[in-house]
Design a protein around this ligand. Structure first.
Ligand SMILES: NC(=O)c1ccc[n+]([C@@H]2O[C@H](COP(=O)([O-])OP(=O)(O)OC[C@H]3O[C@@H](n4cnc5c(N)ncnc54)[C@H](O)[C@@H]3O)[C@@H](O)[C@H]2O)c1
Length: 377
């Protein structure tokens, strides 16, 4: 008999749906000791929360997250709210002895993140942050190649995350759909929203980042605020580019913007090592491009590896070799790894403490953009 892990979900937007899909699918494809039980969904609007709960299979509804985190029949709290609520909810959940699965970025800044780490460590509750791109099979495979030494010494790390959805000056800021443009809800712009993903992947694949030099820009300086109805200063970074040095001596460039016309979610990274290079693109997420200088000279070239074989990471759990899976499966994998970690008593990364490192890099990036100086993490 599978052991239940009773989930209390807070927020029913984009991530509320992505995680719920993960909870619903995981037991069909992975053999695990624990199975998620969708115990309660929480959102402020009762009718919307009920509709969400019915659609995804949650057994009950709460309209106040404080009640949800106190419920005795909840084992784990999943935080899928805007960033400004992560800390408060996590502290309350930890105080009530709940495991926590928190969306990224961990917090508004590293000081908040540190407080959250201390709370979960004091309460000794299992915790994770949903940096889901680690669990795209091609990205996990990149990690395996790097750890096996195939690339040799790493010289360069290059990452981009490009979008184009905030170019219009008529787009307001704030409120339900546009909290990402409101610094009070988001903490920062593309740095915390998009670069945080690139930084998490980079640290995971290539080790710690020591120092950064950044520039940011807010192209539209004022926007109407949906909550106040007034035109207000925009406090987020619309675009950010930074240089970085890693502990292993490699150099990096990172760029993110919501002003790259034509790009919707172009997350790419390339890593150049002494023997080999790899390149990954979210728009072609099941492929890993690989170049190995040790190949025979005349046929040496970039290989496009279709990461869909049974011995590729996670793929043995899905269909037959050659058939691709997609974005949503990265969340199924994160649930599976969390449940396996629970069974083994070993947390699946990134934990809050791991994600705090990304938060520290984000803070250093924003500080460097302000001062114009190289800034240590
Ligand atoms: N891992 C990823 O790839 C990824 C992708 C998108 C978003 N995110 C992160 O997920 C979080 C949520 O983003 P989203 O895109 O799902 O946003 P969203 O706007 O689609 O959903 C946010 C939800 O939070 C709810 N909410 C807001 N205040 C609340 C409160 N006081 N009590 C209860 N519910 C409340 C809203 O009603 C909504 O359902 C953010 O931290 C974001 O950075 C991560």
């Amino acid at each position: 008999m599978a052991k239940p892990l009773r989930i209390g979900m807070i927020g029913y937007g984009f991530m509320g749906r992505a995680h719920s899909n993960g909870y619903n699918r995981v037991a069909n494809f992975f053999d695990l000791e624990y199975h998620p039980v969708l115990q309660a969904a929480c959102a402020r609007d009762a009718a919307n929360a009920k509709a969400f709960a019915d659609k995804w299979g949650y057994q009950s509804v709460e309209t106040d997250w404080r009640k949800l985190v106190e419920r005795k029949d909840i084992d784990a709290v999943d935080i899928c709210t805007p960033n400004n609520l992560h800390k408060e909810i996590a502290l309350a959940a930890a105080a009530n002895g709940k495991m926590i699965l928190c969306e990224k970025p961990l917090a508004m800044n590293a000081a908040e993140g540190e407080e959250m780490c201390r709370a979960v460590e004091k309460a000794k509750v299992l915790n994770t942050v949903w940096y889901n791109y680690r669990r795209v099979p091609a990205v996990t495979f990149a990690k395996q190649l790097i750890d096996s030494g195939k690339l040799g010494k790493i010289f360069h790390y290059r990452a981009n995350f490009l979008q184009d959805w905030t170019i219009s000056a008529d787009l307001p800021q704030g409120g339900a759909a546009l909290w990402r443009l409101d610094v009070a809800a988001a903490g920062s712009g593309v740095t915390g929203d998009l670069l945080a993903h690139c930084i998490d992947t980079a640290i995971w694949l290539n080790g710690g980042i020591t120092t950064v030099n950044a520039m940011t820009e807010t192209f539209i300086k004022e926007r109407k605020h949906n909550l106040t109805g007034k035109v207000e200063k925009v406090g987020i970074d619309d675009a950010c580019a930074f240089l970085a040095r890693f502990e292993n001596g490699s150099l990096a460039t990172f760029e993110s913007t919501r002003y790259a016309r034509g790009h919707k979610a172009l997350y790419t990274f390339e890593i150049n090592g002494e023997h080999a290079s790899i390149f990954w693109d979210l728009h072609d997420l099941h492929r890993l491009q690989y170049f190995d200088h040790r190949d025979q000279g005349t046929t040496r070239g970039w290989r496009s590896i279709h990461v869909t074989d049974g011995d590729h990471p996670y793929m043995g759990k899905w269909w037959v070799p050659g058939l691709a899976i997609g974005y949503e499966h990265s969340f199924v994998h994160q649930v599976a790894d969390f449940l396996e970690g629970l069974a083994k008593g070993q947390p699946a990364g990134p934990t809050f403490r791991d994600a705090l490192e990304t938060q520290r890099v984000c803070d250093a990036v924003l500080a460097s953009a302000q001062s114009g100086a190289w800034t240590n993490v």
